[in-house]
Design a protein around this ligand. Structure first.
Ligand SMILES: *Cc1c(COP(=O)(O)O)cnc(C)c1O
Length: 351
């Protein structure tokens, strides 16, 4: 008999269909390729990477650029292969046998997997009706369970809802453990808990280049926190875990981040247009979103997803997920893609 790691039997493999949809509204990616100026700079930088050399061991260049732009020091920043790697590493830092990691439900489906991979027990706190997180509720559960870590996606994937910075502060100030605020979609929200970082040593903010900055292919994310937490997370990461091509790509995107502002503003405008058009359809309920996607609830949701797929439009089907019966998540795409989605949805419901 093979001696497989105890607990691994409880871990589900992450599965999403790998389909090259003509209208791809299923993964919350940036709809368009990179802005042309970024794209051409990226080509030059990638060509200049010394492929025969290991990457910088301390990842100084990107950390210094981020720190400089953010008004932090490089010791306040850790880089990861997507923010995913960092979220998993933080769960290992504060997790372990007997430890409990608390997060809301519904939220990002990877949080329980990170907890289990850290040999920790995932503990969920139900969002209220309308998918709102009550700060007192998560604090109470965290205290009762003597949680070692709280993880909150803000805006929340897949519901789109956003906690105010005041509510975030209540949680961070009231928690006896570190709190990870996953701001993967923060660029679309127009607000961030960033200013709380200096005040609360138990706050960790995670961000990514995968969404607003259009670098999902490169897999680069970062966390910001006090030096102690950053040093602990650093112990969990393997040397050279981020490749030099991805480091170079993220550096270009960061240096030219102003180039992304029009795209982000455009996505926010499209989100509002899409939400209004969907809300006008009598068969559909739309949840408020501060991200680059919308959660909708309707009858025949599974059939709608299948119909859209037949039209080459991919959306994310959450109908089988707890609390999300009848729900689909639609990424805000380019205007033409959103029009195609709206037209097909209207047609399906014969509106
Ligand atoms: C997309 C996403 C991430 C970031 O993923 P990367 O690993 O950085 O690509 C993190 N958290 C949530 C909630 C997400 O939806």
């Amino acid at each position: 008999m093979w001696q497989i790691r105890p607990g691994l039997e409880a871990v589900k493999s992450y599965h999403v269909p790998d389909v090259a949809w003509p209208v791809k509204l299923d993964a919350n990616e940036r709809a368009e390729d990179l802005p042309p100026s970024v794209k051409s700079a990226l080509g030059e930088r990638l060509a200049a990477v010394a492929a025969n050399r290991y990457p910088e061991i301390g990842q100084h260049t990107l950390k210094a650029a981020l720190a400089d732009g953010l008004g932090l020091t490089p010791e306040n920043i850790a880089l990861g292969n997507g923010s995913s790697e960092l979220l998993a590493a933080i769960c290992r830092v504060f997790g372990g046998p007997g430890r409990k990691i608390v997060y809301p439900n519904p939220s990002f489906s990877m949080y329980p997997i990170y907890a289990l991979l850290a040999d920790s027990q995932p503990v969920t706190v139900e969002l209220d009706a309308g998918f709102v997180l009550a700060p007192e509720k998560i604090l109470t559960v965290a205290r009762q369970e003597q949680a070692s870590l709280i993880v909150i996606s803000n805006p929340n994937n897949p519901t789109g809802g956003m906690l105010s910075t005041k509510a975030v502060e209540r949680i961070v100030a009231g928690a006896d453990c570190p709190v990870v605020l996953d701001e993967a979609y923060g660029d679309f929200a127009g607000q961030s808990a960033f200013k709380l970082l200096g005040k609360y040593p138990n706050l960790v903010i995670a961000r990514t280049f995968s969404k607003a900055y259009g670098l999902a292919a490169a897999r680069v994310g970062y966390i910001m926190a006090g030096k102690e937490i950053i040093a602990l997370v650093g112990k969990m990461l393997l040397p050279y875990h981020l490749n030099a091509f991805s480091l170079a790509a993220a550096l270009v995107a960061w240096e030219l981040r102003a180039e992304f502002a029009p795209g982000i503003a455009g996505t926010v405008a499209e989100r509002e247009r899409l939400a209004a058009a969907l809300a006008a359809m009598p068969t559909i309920e739309v949840f408020p979103s501060a991200a680059n996607f919308l959660l909708i609830r309707c009858g025949q949701a599974k059939e709608l997803a299948a119909y859209l797929a037949g039209q080459g439009i991919g959306v994310r089907d959450f109908t089988a997920a707890p609390r999300l019966a009848g729900c689909l998540r639609v990424t805000v795409g380019a205007a033409t893609e959103n029009d195609a989605f709206l037209a097909a949805t209207g047609k399906f419901f014969e509106i």
